[in-house]
Design a protein around this ligand. Sequence first.
Ligand code: AMP
Ligand code: TRP
Length: 329
Amino acid sequence: MARVFSGIQPTGDMHLGNYLGAVQRWVAEQDERDAIHCVVDLHAMTVAYEPAELAERTRRTAMLLLAAGIDPERTILFVQSHVRVHTELTWVLNCVASFGELRRMTQFKEKSEAQDFVSAGLFDYPVLMAADILAYDVDEVPVGEDQRQHLELARDLAIRFNHRFGDTLVVPRATFPSVGARVKDLQNPTAKMSKSSESPQGTLLLLDPPQVITKKIKSAVTDSGTDVRYAPEEKPGVSNLLEILAAASGTTIEQAEADFAGSGYGKLKTSAAEAVVEYLRPLQDRYEELARDPSEVTRVLELGAEKAEAIAEPVMARIRAAVGLLPRS
Ligand code: AMP
Ligand code: TRP
C-alpha cells in the first residue's frame, strides 16, 4: 500500500467544503492507503497566534477528524509536536536547503507581507514541512495547488540529500486529488467557501448547531428569477444549494434538480438545510461523545504518536548516521 502523509493546520474547526473536498475522501480511503495524518501545531507557531488557545485548537482539530470517521486503528493520527523527529530533521534539512531557494517560496512572500513581525520560523516553514514528509518514507502527498511549490522543495531536498550523503531518503510524489465541485460561500456564491471569508454567515462549520445551519442556508444569496435550475454561471447561488443538497443527501445534482423543478427557492433552502443538518448529525454526535471523554482523545493521540515515532525514529537514525553525527552509545 502506498504511504500517504497529510498535514492539517490546527484551526480547531472545519467547514463543509473541507469535509466534502478532503476529509470525506480520507475516511473512504483508509483501507487502500497507509495513511498518516498530522495536526501541524509547530507550523501554527510561525505566525502570530494565541498560546492559550493552541493546545485546545489542536485537540479539537484531532477530534473533528475522529468524529468524521478517521479510525485510529487503521490510520495514524498524531500531533506534530509529540514526535521530536520533526524538529530534529528540520535542523538537518536546514543545512541542506539554501537560503536562496527558501527566499523564492511564494507563500513566504505572501504571508510575510501580511505580518508585522516576520519570524525566522515563517521563513523556515517549508523546511519543517519537508521534514514532516521525509521522516516517514512517504510515497505520496496529496495537496492543493497552493502547496505545490513546497512539495517540489521537499523533493529537491530529498534528492540533494541522497546525492550528497548516499541513498537515505524516499523521494515523495505530490498528488493533486481532483476536488469535485468547490462548495461556494453562501453569501458570495462566486467565491469558494473558506475560513477566511468576510462573512461568517456564508460558511457552514461542521459543528454549527442545527438552528445555525438552517439560518445560514435560509439567508443564502440566491439569484434573480424564480426557477430552480443547475446553471453555475447564470445561477451560482441556486446551483451551490443544489450541489450542497445533493452531496448531503447522497444523490446526484441531476436528481436534485429534477426533484425541485417547479418549486421555489424557499423550498430548496428548507430541504437543503434539513439535508445538511441530518448529514452532519452523526459527526456532531460523535464529536459530543469525544468531548465528554477527554482522556480517550488523549489516549488515541498518544497511540498515534507512538506509531508515528516507530516509523520516524529509524528513519532519523539512518539520517544521523548518513550526515556523520557521532552516535550517543
Ligand atoms: P484549506 O483549509 O483551505 O487549506 O483546505 C483544505 C482542503 O479542504 C483543500 O485542499 C480542499 O481539498 C478542501 N476544501 C477547502 N475549501 C473547499 C471548498 N470550498 N470546497 C471543496 N473543498 C474544499
Ligand atoms: N503547509 C500545509 C498547509 O498549509 C500543511 C502541512 C504541513 C502539510 N506539513 C505538511 C501538508 C506535510 C502536507 C504534508 O496546508
